[in-house]
Design a protein around this ligand. Sequence first.
Ligand code: SAH
Ligand code: SF4
Ligand code: F3S
Length: 445
Amino acid sequence: MSGNAQKKLYIKTWGCQMNVYDSRRMADILAPLGYRESDSPEDADMVILNTCHIREKATDKVFSDLGRLNKHKQKKEKRGEKMLIAVAGCVAQAEGDVIMERAQYVDMVFGPQTYHELPEMIIRATGERVVNTDFAVESKFDSLPQEHVPQGVTAFLSIQEGCDKFCTFCVVPYTRGAEYSRPVQQIIDEARRLRDSGAKEITLLGQNVNAYHGMAPNGRTMGLAELIAAVAEVEGVERIRYMTSHPRDMDQDLIDAHGNIPKLMPFLHLPVQHGADEILKQMNRKHTADDYRDIILRLKKIRPDINLSSDFIVGFPGETDRHFEELMQLVRDIGFGTSYSFKYSPRPGTPAANMQNIVPEKIKDDRLQTLQNLLFSQHREINETFVGKAVEVLTDGKGNRPSQLHGRTSHNQAIHVTCDPALLGQIVTAKVTSASATALTGEII
Ligand code: SAH
Ligand code: SF4
Ligand code: F3S
């Protein structure tokens, strides 16, 4: 496509890393149509809100953003210019019709499995309002462009998407659809292109990334451990991570990969959600607290220094003080270097939304506070064990001060390193001088 004047594109992204990946790919799709990303919505020719539906208030936030955007749109229209407003992502999938009805100035609504059709949708949107929330038969991945707008030294690569697990609290199986694994060759080709555009660290993404079972070139099915080994063969890719994993799919091959693939970083985000078997059962997690403990034991046998992360939900229906104490005990037993913890938020259409014995908001608040106090003290203690040690850091941006760069250690800690700013984008060795619950500070050696 040619002859297109430069157009201004603004994308705002909420939610998980898969949404971040999707936003990048939307920019890739729109680049050949003349759209260049800008960091403000004012004057934009097209605005995409890439939304998340995981917890409540998500939809409210989208509507308040839409209200502001409409003012920009009106101003442009007074000058005889157009601004296309699109709502994408998981709120679009779940509430597309509501959005179209409540916000008449929205031009397009499309779900996570349809954005490869953006060029056609834009053409259609010149004449009508477009809603596209299909779960396409053809995978969008087969029609995404080969070109990438460079993303820097760290890149996300979606390898799997959708979810068949149906945890009772979660909207993802409804907004993203059934589990799908991309073919191996497609992933390796994309890893090479990301490397060519400057990526040194690749995070393989999926809603259940370790359920990956993609078709290899010889027609065999490959699991995540083998795929990681194949990506590790790509020269120039120095670091590999993956997220998010489910305990059910944490097989021995993947655990072993943490011992025998040096490029696989010593960090694992493995959401457990809860520590009481009765709650885990009600959540339909299909694992017990001891199953989780056992996975961690086996992992630590292979990689004793692995840095662990998890997601937790407090205040799920039926959660008693005893259940909550079992969750606290699991956290004490394991020790997490970083974590995400949430109050349970009922989501329309999910089984848990109709469960009895809802936990009062005040108790949810107290439990979240108690849990986070424990978690944050663990994060600090674990980070403090790194003080005085040498760590490998991939620098990825500016630091707190001009003499510093920001980066990530192998263990995935954020770190501010005092060093020559010309070292941006390099893997450097730094000595850790101090640590907090959320970050390290160090100097280059
Ligand atoms: N696929 C991943 C993550 C899903 S969403 C997984 O299976 O672990 C990210 C996190 O949001 C979840 O791990 C969970 O802790 C939290 N979450 C999901 N639904 C929620 C809800 N209804 N209320 C509160 N937290 C929720
Ligand atoms: Fe949601 Fe559970 Fe699927 Fe994760 S495994 S995306 S929490 S349904
Ligand atoms: Fe949110 Fe959808 Fe991701 S609901 S967490 S953006 S899969």
